[in-house]
Design a binder for this molecule. Structure first.
Ligand SMILES: [Zn+2]
Length: 183
């Protein structure tokens, strides 16, 4: 009788172990699915699936300039009227400094007078992440890169037509690519 109980107990352990392994595998599969996003590639004009980049702050600190790290990882703000791309009027696409995701088209850049590069819309809604930011006793909408999480700036509702939005972006969060329509 005791032996039989032991046998049943042993079988139950094995069944539980199989379930745990199966669940782990399913979770891994789900995580992998969640680890990808679709963003617009302005050069090809097509949406493509890309891996989300999950690096620790330490890893970013090792890779980035001090100011880029401060703005993109620590949600800092560059001093107004200092950004290299503030007065850039060339035709091209503004991409994420950290991962190259296409963010803003030069056609949507406008002079806001704020001292930071300003755009009235991203290349696609999918290419920009937003989050409510309650810091400094203000309710603002923070804007970040959906792929690598780089903090870019904020979006406000006082922009020009056609969207009425003003994406106020730190120049150091951006890199400019001139060849917008090349194949
Ligand atoms: Zn990025």
């Amino acid at each position: 009788m005791k032996k039989k109980n032991l046998f049943i107990f042993f079988i139950l352990i094995i069944i539980s172990a199989i379930f745990v392994i199966m669940e782990d595998k399913m979770e891994a599969k789900e995580a992998n699915k969640q680890g990808k996003i679709k963003v617009l590639n302005v050069i090809t004009g097509k949406f493509e699936e890309v891996e989300i980049i999950n690096k620790s702050s330490d890893e970013w600190q090792n890779e980035l300039d001090k100011e880029v790290y401060h703005v993109t990882e620590e949600h800092g703000t560059e001093r107004p009227f200092t950004g290299e791309l503030l007065k850039n009027k060339k035709d091209g696409v503004y991409v994420c400094i950290r991962c190259g995701t296409h963010l803003f088209d030069s056609d949507t850049k406008f002079e806001s007078g704020t001292g930071w590069p300003s755009f009235y819309q991203p290349v696609a809604e999918e290419n920009i992440g937003t989050k409510v930011d309650n810091s400094f006793f203000m309710k603002r909408i923070e804007v970040h890169c959906p792929r690598c999480g780089a903090h870019l700036g904020h979006v406000f509702d006082d922009g020009p037509a056609p969207t009425g939005k003003r994406y106020c972006i730190n120049s150091v969060s951006l890199k400019f690519q001139e060849e917008k329509n090349s194949n």
